[in-house]
Design a protein around this ligand. Sequence first.
Ligand code: B12
Length: 134
Amino acid sequence: MKIVTGVVGNDVHVVANRLIDISLNQRGFEVFNLGVNTYLEEFMDAAVETDADVVLISSLNGEAEGWSRDLPVLKSRYALKDVVFAIGGNLAVGEVESSVIIPKFKLYGFDMVFHQVDLNDGLDMLEAYLKERA
Ligand code: B12
């Protein structure tokens, strides 16, 4: 299964991105890692070019919401069929409950939202979700 990953926006936090790359490879995904400082349009372009099954976005510096607001418009512009969109990391500035964050990001068009969720737990949930919809 093909997966595009990276860190959205002007976000330089690279450590999680490296761990995500390694973990996804170990789980058998074909990984296209766009790295840090990646704009949402670049995720969409990469998803089209690679014919990806999943776009998995990280955000650590608190900018996630600003970037995610563009997702509905971009989704309507790109011909992406059945691509699963997941986002994780620190999705807010400061302390905000997941119960507030998750519905917001789902409205922006994310299928899976992982706010301050352990990476392996999140990837387990992603794999279970992909199996269920297969
Ligand atoms: C190192 C660091 C930096 C370094 C980054 C170096 C680099 N190139 O990577 C430097 C000093 C450059 C930096 C800068 C900034 N940082 Co900084 N940084 C950190 C720090 C100390 C550690 C981050 C790290 O590498 N952790 C180790 C990795 C493995 O953990 P992680 O990033 O949390 O990722 C885990 C999970 O989030 C999860 N995960 C991540 N993505 C995804 C995706 C999915 C789908 C899933 C399931 C899970 C998942 O999996 C990972 C492994 O478990 C954290 C504080 C902390 N203790 O976490 C702050 C922190 C992330 N930084 C923060 C901030 C605010 C900034 C700055 C804005 C500060 C400033 N005013 O300049 C800038 C932003 C620069 C930019 N343009 O992005 C805040 C973010 C706060 C928020 N979101 O509300 C934090 C939390 C510090 C704080 N408590 O305020 N930072």
